[in-house]
Design a protein around this ligand. Sequence first.
Ligand code: APR
Length: 264
Amino acid sequence: MSENDAAVQPGREAVPLAKAAEVLRRAQHATAFTGAGISVESGIPSFRGADGLWSRYNPDCLDIGYFHRNTEEAWRVIREIFYDFFGNAKPNDAHFALAAMERAGMLHAVITQNIDNLHHDAGSGVVYEFHGNSRLLRCLQCNGTVPAAECDLRILPPRCDCGGILKPDFVFFGEGIPEPAQTLSFREAERADVMLLVGTTGEVYPAALIPREAKRRGAIIIEVNPEHSEYTSTVTDIFLQGKAAGILRELAKLLGVWQRPEPA
Ligand code: APR
């Protein structure tokens, strides 16, 4: 399939959902690329924008140099945002829709910039976590990992059994992207003939290169976002304007795969 496919009208906004469903139905290798916006309806604020985390907190607390210099202070902010505040978030219908599409063989993988584990919680099997995961802490001394849930975060910084300081196992500003997530994500970008972008501004690199690489290789780009992003006028072929949960639920229904697990 190519971007010149008759079903696609590059750059045109508000192309009906049915068109996106048609493209996904015909895809050989569809991949999703998600950002903070997919978790907003799970109660997790995004980073940027008027209500974003960076309007309330200093992003320096996630700078690796700052963390090393001011470990306890940085940890206090990190605990509040990532562990007290949204540690109990549950997946929403957008996460469930992607998992249902994967089960039906219509989606190959999810590449996510999110660290909240909600794609796994929703049942997605192939998830590349480009920025790591907040549910593990990694020791700066022995490099071992410990589940955050098993750590007492009342005393900061938390420490490993070896005595080393534990750091959340997600990527701070100034750190590299973990392997194999980086290699596997760019491999998806090479192979995808359709990429479904959900809730991301496209302002953070190198993650922002993934949809651009997919586009360069000929993939059709479908974007779900209530607002225009850096992608909308540059790589997006089909722009589905709106919130992720409603749009992806409808898309999954159109594809005949919609399924939400019964609450436990
Ligand atoms: N549904 C879909 N998209 C939404 C919703 C929603 N309900 N609400 C907001 N959005 C969109 C916003 O319009 C915006 O485009 O989600 C996007 C969130 O953007 P960012 O906060 O910049 O998140 P993201 O692009 O994932 O950030 C990338 O930046 O700080 C780093 O490491 C952090 O992984 C993060 C990276």
